[in-house]
Design a protein around this ligand. Structure first.
Ligand code: FAD
Length: 106
């Protein structure tokens, strides 16, 4: 199976970068596309325990896709949920765009 840490780091980079480039005022189609993307991503994510937990997070906290900031904050919350589970430090979600708008930094 793929390395869960490398896969995770790359996947969060992809997800937060998608959030940072999502429109401030997405069309209905763009919002529907994002909901489908998140749903399918959670189903297809190739770490099965991770995927199960991510799907149940999505069921508890419906993805917010009405604007870039709504989606970025939602995703930051989802990432923090995993951070808590793994005993990692929580990230300050007021800084998500600053962290990701110019692409990955680590
Ligand atoms: P990562 O958590 O990969 O974070 C990368 C960078 O993102 C950090 O350096 C920081 O700059 C930034 N960041 C951190 N938190 C946030 C935040 N809340 N918002 C915005 N930016 C942030 N691993 C498991 O062992 N078990 C699991 O169940 C599991 N589930 C996962 C579910 C998903 C959907 C994904 C994408 C990954 C999952 N992982 C899981 C992997 C795990 O989250 C980490 O990616 C992995 O442990 C590597 O961690 P890291 O310390 O390199 O930083």
């Amino acid at each position: 199976p793929p390395d869960v840490e490398i896969l995770g780091r790359s996947s969060w980079t992809l997800l937060h970068t998608i959030a940072a480039t999502y429109p401030d005022t997405p069309s209905r189609t763009q919002q529907a596309d994002m909901l489908r993307f998140v749903d399918l991503f959670a189903k297809l994510y190739p770490c099965w325990v991770c995927a199960d937990d991510f799907q149940s997070y999505i069921a508890r906290r419906v993805p917010q896709v009405a604007s870039r900031d709504d989606f970025g904050q939602w995703l930051c919350g989802a990432h923090n949920d995993v951070n808590r589970k793994l005993g990692k430090q929580e990230f300050d979600c007021s800084k998500w765009l600053e962290r990701w708008k110019t692409g990955p930094k680590d």
